[in-house]
Each structure stands twice: as C-alpha cells, then as structure tokens.
Design a protein around this ligand. Structure first.
Ligand SMILES: [Zn+2]
Length: 449
C-alpha cells in the first residue's frame, strides 16, 4: 500500500523536528519520505491521500513495561498493602488462569493499547506454546516484545518455554514480534540462575547483526524499599551496596537489559546502571498506586541513562494509557524536586518514543518519524476544544491531549485503528470474552473453598 498522510503537523521526534503543514509518505511497511505537504504532494501525486489536516501525527507510543494478560484483573483489588494485595488477592486469582485466559487478557490489552495510541508493548508474563500473548499482539496488528517470566522454582520448565518462544516467535511477521527473557526479579531468581539466564541470552544473541534481532532481558529491579533485605534473606548474598550493584557484580547486566522501576537506588546502583548501559523503565502510575516510591528519574537522565516509560499492568495502574504515563512523568518530578524545569514536555514525550525504542533495542526501526523507519505512527484529532488554541504541539501532546483523541493508529504501514474504528479484530467479541473469563476465574476460585 502506498499513501501520503496530509497533516496539520508532524511531530517527528527526530532531527526533522516539528513540521507544520507536513506529510508522511508510506510504501509498504516503511516511511519513505517526510516533509512539507506542499512539496511532497506533486512528487507523490499518484499515492492515495489520507486527510489528517486537523490532526497531529506522532511516532507510535512505546509501552516499555507491562504484563498484558493482567488486564483481566483490572479493578479486582485496589488500595491495599503490597503483600496483602499480592498474597490474598492477585496471586490466588492468577493461579487459576490458563493459557487461553492469558491470550484473552492480552487481546483485551492489545485492543486497549491500540485505541490509546500505543503501537509497541514490552510485556512480561507466562508463555505457553498453545495460547499466549504473542498470538494476541500479532492478531491485533501491534508490535511487541513478548517474554517468558522465569523463577528459580521452575528452571527446567522456563528453559523449555524460552526455547519454544524464541524458536516460534522471535522475528515473526517481518520482526513485528520479538522474544525476550524475563528473570522476574532479584528476589525470585537466585544468583546462579541469573548467571545461567545471562549465558542463555548471550548464546542466543551471538550472531546478531541488527539491534532488533537481539533477544533482550526484561527484569523488575529496585521496585520496593525492602527488596535488598529480601534478596539478602533468601540467598545470603552481599547486597550492601544496592540491588543493581549486586547484579552488576554478578556480571549479568549489559546494554540489552530493560529494568523496570529502579525506584530504590544507591549511588553505586546508579553508577552500575550507567556503566552497564542498562535501560530503565519508569512506571509512575504503578509506583504511586502501590506506594512503592518515586524513581529518581531527573538524576538518571542527567547521568545520561536511557529512561523509557511504561504503565506496568492494568492490575497495578488500572490503565494502559501511555498519554497518562507521559503526563505523570512530566508532572511528578516537578512536584518532588520543587523544580518546574525538570522533565520538560519534550523530554517526557521522548521517554515514550525515542527512549522506548532505544530501551527495546529497536532504535533503527521505531520511535521516530523519518525516512527509512517503520511506518508506526498515530494520528491525533486536534480539532477539539481542549486542544485550542495551538501554540505548541508538544505541550498539548504532553499536558492536554487525552488518549481517546487518537483517530488512527498505523503499525508496519497498516491501519490498526482507522477513523476511530478498530480494523483488525472484533472488539465486541474481545470485551465479551474478557467478561466471560472473569466470571469463570471467580467460579474457579470459589470452587476451591
Ligand atoms: Zn511489572
């Protein structure tokens, strides 16, 4: 398919900046040209024209940390202490989920994410060969990094699942789907297993040429205050200098590591993140709701560490809304530092686009709008009272746009959402199935009592 999108403005997030009266030209799955519409319209006169002249086009948003299947548990239990929430509510219900439930949860998450302008998700959950999150992301037409989450207590099973996931899904659909390895956290994966998972990744990646061919590591790290004590108690290891430094000394951290949260960091931890070129994912809504604390994002950015953005699961933030994450990231740190100049709008939007791509080892294909990149972009309707007048596109995108202002979503050149309508899958069916799975999970849970 060849087409030209005529927009009010293109916020490219690349060296091309913001182009007013701009156009994006797409051939197949790629962006082949970007510039002023007045110049491009004659050059591509035979291409189908998509009118977005009341709209702003941005790169597709990248949700760099989530657990898609957990959308099924949205609103099941809120406002509880972390351990009570997990042990009394979340884990018992999760233990009843089968692979088809996981698939339905991931379909629901994909549909939600797509409608809200997210084109790429990095998800951590249990993989199984028959039904899984990869299949859901593929069917809805999004881009995703799908991992299998690993725990010390099920090593042998984990390696089987990782082998299957990588063999069957990594690079699927012209690299729209990739696989990842997820050591759950430093307190659930023992040091020997951490090292084994590092060796496993290095072996899988030994012949990689392009960044996106890499099977990345996706881990929870330094999320809560007591994580250091938990690791020490469980494995009797030295974590005096911090939990990141502990992994650094195990030699498992490198540039392919995506570390979610990074809230409780020592100065040695920050040094280790920097030296190993680990990518951090900030999840402001989840950290606030679970009262985990606030990640020192301005400090990390000033150290030159890549910080991407995520929503975490819809179970801990109740929404996969990346516009909400962007706004929270821009606001939160101003409040805690008493400094309105930290994380300006442009930096917050960069976290959800350019830095998200960098975190997922995907910078060569996504995160920016420029020739040669994959055609992953979002068209946002700016003809709304809450978006008038327009001085500055980036300001509106961060502080005023609502995710439901998204009109169209394009992934790999294809319209996943067109004029507000989901094109790839029967959305009503997905919502009904999600309700059915909820009922069935509750029945299974109560059947045990
Ligand atoms: Zn998480």
């Amino acid at each position: 398919m060849e087409y030209i999108v005529k927009a009010k403005s293109i916020v490219t997030m690349s060296e091309l900046g913001v182009i007013r009266g701009g156009a994006v030209v797409v051939e197949g799955s790629e962006i082949i040209d970007v510039g002023k519409y007045s110049k491009l319209k004659t050059k591509y006169s035979r291409y189908e024209e998509i009118d977005a002249s009341n709209c702003v086009v941005i790169p597709g948003l990248i949700n760099a940390h989530t657990h898609m299947a957990m959308s099924l548990l949205r609103g099941y239990a809120d406002d509880l202490m972390l351990h009570e929430w997990l042990e009394k509510w979340i884990w018992p219900l999760e233990s009843k989920m089968n692979s088809r439930d996981i698939y339905i949860g991931a379909l629901l998450a994909s549909v939600e994410a797509a409608r809200m302008g997210t084109t790429t998700l990095n998800t951590m959950y249990h993989y199984s060969p028959d039904y899984n999150e990869a299949r859901a992301v593929l069917e809805v037409g999004l881009r995703g990094v799908i991992s299998h989450v690993c725990f010390s207590w099920r090593k042998d099973e984990d390696f089987k699942q990782l082998d299957h996931l990588i063999k069957h899904w990594h690079g699927k659909e012209n690299w729209r789907i990739r696989a990842a390895i997820s050591p759950h956290a430093p307190y659930t994966v023992d040091p020997d297993y951490m090292v084994e998972l590092r060796e496993y990744a290095d072996n899988v990646n030994k012949d990689v040429k392009e960044d996106y061919e890499r099977v990345i590591w996706h881990i929870h790290l330094a999320e809560t205050k007591n994580e250091v004590d938990l690791v020490k108690q469980k494995f009797n290891v030295n974590v005096e200098e911090g939990v990141v430094k502990y992994l650094y000394d195990l030699k498992v951290l490198k540039e392919d590591v995506v570390a979610a949260h990074c809230v409780w960091l020592t100065s040695k931890d920050i040094e280790a993140l920097k030296k190993a070129n680990v990518k951090v994912v900030h999840n402001p809504a989840s950290n606030l709701k679970l009262a985990s604390g606030i990640s020192p994002v301005p400090k990390l950015l000033s150290e030159g560490i890549t910080v991407a953005l995520g929503t975490d699961s819809a179970c801990s933030s109740n929404s996969l809304d990346m516009f909400e994450a962007v706004k929270l990231a821009a606001l939160l740190h101003k409040g805690t530092t008493l400094n309105p100049t930290v994380i300006p709008a442009e930096a917050a939007l960069k976290m959800a686009t350019v830095s998200g791509a960098r975190a997922l080892s995907w910078s060569s294909q996504i995160g920016m709008i420029k020739p040669g990149m994959k055609a992953d972009f979002v068209i946002i309707d700016f003809n709304k009272p809450h978006l008038k007048p327009l001085f500055n596109e980036v300001s509106h995108l961060v502080y005023a746009v609502k995710s439901l202002d998204v009109r169209d979503v394009v992934v790999d050149g294809k319209f996943v959402v067109e004029n507000g309508e989901l094109k790839t899958i029967d959305e009503e069916w997905v919502m009904k199935e999600a309700e059915k799975v909820k009922e069935s999970l509750l029945a299974r849970l109560h059947g045990d009592n």
